[in-house]
Ligand binder design. Structure first.
Ligand code: G4P
Length: 526
């Protein structure tokens, strides 16, 4: 095997996603423990913005420093090179998470056994579904009282709209939790609540092995056998291909806090999760094995030092080998660039790297050249697809409060939007600028950063809006008629595309009824 294909096949690049508090940070930390990337639990400071600080911007500013360090966590596990991409825990930064999902090859979803599928999980799963991303589900907090595991499986199927297949099975739950039977490896793991150490494993031949009765008692052993029989009867045999095709999600049970069920998850994950796959560009399919280097920017992290407008652009490598100081083409500008100090993240340390391979993420120091979605290649003109914008949930007019600084404001808004902090629309009727976000917090972030990084002051004016819908039609006359009729509510996005700003669900439904020839899209990718 060539060096390139060898490097590709051992890479696993993924994200852990969950509703806040389900245990994403804890699980991440435990995975790092197994990878030897950290040595003691509690070493990872999450980039999670604590509940107490929901609208405390200074607190967020502090945490942004942490989040650079935890943006990508790379480590070796056996022969595998694992890259975990961190996603912001706070819901108001969901858009960031959506974009990060474009840079991963698979996903682990964490669900709290007591709470089941929560709102944020549902939304993130929609993004995975759009992209056919393979998912593994980890049902967490089995050491606490929770719901019946069969009930959880049903809920996962109906709420996440994906078939599931348990690959491990809990023996009791909460105070009576005794362990997990590993269906994937046919072994039994006994639960010993301990935050640092791995649990005890009982070697067994199969589910009828009497060592199970000795380990957990006859009553629980019989119940386990009944459950497993039911599972084997109800769920088709696990097919790795179906998982890779995003048709079925394997499910594991455990307790991240107690490091229980985590190693089983990781061992199965490295075996079945995909290595980097071919990626669609506007021009053609790009295979990771190709000689030519290509990658795209999925995240831009602004520097915290307001005196230097420098940031780090995170590039996901899609094909070929990336090398330091090689001339690469920045497709949008046509410029040839050399990167003298690209960084990668291994075992919690940020180091300058000389080379990197598909699946890896490199951080490139930048002074405003990059925009989210930009493609970089060895020379070929390619445009990676698939960094959709979703309709924001909150909208406000942005107004300049210092007429002397209108240029600064303009520049600041442009650059913050390039970073993907929020979305900007221009109302076609009155020319006013509308900023759309996922949550209130982003408005505070923008106002603060405009002032501190650009010296520009802005004010928000309320705007009651339901959704931004990208519209299109094959029928140009119908499109023109729609735009004329709704001219007060028409806007353009930053790429000049038509967006209908519906101020209520009712108005949107009426518009859909009255104009059947118009297609309404709730994300910019269609
Ligand atoms: P998140 O990143 O998904 O938001 O969740 P995080 O890992 O921070 O976990 C949320 C809370 O749930 C934490 O408690 C964490 O200790 C707890 N937790 C995670 N896994 C388990 C588990 O398997 N069992 C139990 N019982 N609890 C678990 P916290 O009190 O909010 O925070 P902390 O003070 O313990 O850090």
């Amino acid at each position: 095997m060539s060096q390139l294909s060898d490097e590709i096949s051992r890479r696993r690049t993924f994200a852990i996603i969950s509703h806040p508090d389900a245990g994403k940070t804890t699980l991440t930390e435990k995975l790092l423990l197994f990878g030897g990337a950290i040595h003691i639990a509690g070493a990872v400071k999450s980039n999670k913005i604590k509940k107490t600080a929901t609208s405390d911007w200074m607190e967020i500013e502090k945490q942004r420093g942490i989040s650079v360090a935890t943006s990508v966590m790379g480590f070796n596990y056996g022969n595998y090179k694992i890259n975990i991409l961190d996603t912001p825990g706070h819901q108001d930064f969901a858009e960031d998470t959506y974009r990060t999902l474009t840079a991963v090859d698979s996903v682990i979803i964490v669900v709290d056994v007591a709470k089941g599928v929560e709102q944020q999980t549902r939304k993130l799963m929609e993004v995975c579904r759009m992209r056919n991303t393979p998912v593994i589900i980890f049902v967490n907090k089995l050491d606490r009282e929770g719901r019946d595991p069969f009930e959880i499986l049903d809920e996962l199927e109906s709420e996440l709209k994906i078939s599931v297949r348990p690959l491990s099975w809990p023996i009791n739950i909460g105070a009576k939790f005794k362990g997990v039977y590993n269906i994937f490896e046919n072994s039994l793991d006994l639960f010993t609540p301990d935050k640092q150490k791995v649990s005890e494993r009982v070697e067994i031949d199969d589910i009828n092995d009497s060592r199970i009765d000795v380990a957990v008692g006859q009553i629980d052993a019989s119940k386990l056998r009944e459950d497993i029989e039911l599972i084997e009867g109800v769920y088709p045999e696990f097919s790795v291909q179906d998982y890779l095709d995003a048709k079925v999600a394997p499910v594991f049970f455990g307790s991240a806090l107690n490091t229980f069920g985590v190693k089983e998850l990781l061992d199965c994950f490295v075996q079945i999760a995909p290595s980097p796959r071919s990626v669609q560009t506007e021009e053609r399919m790009v295979s990771p094995e190709e000689e030519g280097f290509s990658g795209f920017v999925f995240k831009i992290h602004a520097n915290m030092d307001p005196n230097h407008r420098s940031c780090i652009a995170f590039v996901k490598i899609c094909s070929g080998k990336f090398e330091r100081n090689f001339p690469y083409r920045h497709i949008r500008s046509g410029k040839v660039m050399k990167f003298a100090a690209p960084t990668a993240f291994m075992a919690q340390k940020k180091n300058i790297v000389d080379e990197a391979f598909p699946g890896d993420i490199v951080g490139i120091p930048d002074t405003g050249n990059f925009k989210i979605g930009d493609t970089i290649t060895s020379g070929e003109i390619l445009h990676f697809k698939g960094l959709p914008s979703f309709s924001p949930e909150m909208f406000k007019y942005i107004e300049n409060t210092d007429p002397m600084k209108s240029k600064q404001l303009e520049k600041g808004i442009q650059q913050l939007m390039d970073e993907g902090v929020a979305q900007l629309f221009t109302n076609q009727f009155n020319g006013r600028k509308i900023v759309g976000t996922v949550g209130q917090l982003q408005f505070e972030v923008i106002q603060y950063r405009l002032l501190h990084e650009y010296g520009a002051q802005c004010r928000w004016e309320p705007l009651s809006m339901f959704k931004a819908c990208w519209i299109e039609s094959d029928d140009t006359e119908a499109l023109a008629a729609f735009k004329k009729r709704k001219h007060q509510f028409m806007a353009t996005d930053r790429d000049g595309r038509d967006v209908f700003m519906a101020d209520s669900n009712y108005v949107l439904q009426m518009a859909q009824n009255d104009f059947p020839k118009i297609k309404f899209h709730f994300s910019s990718e269609f």
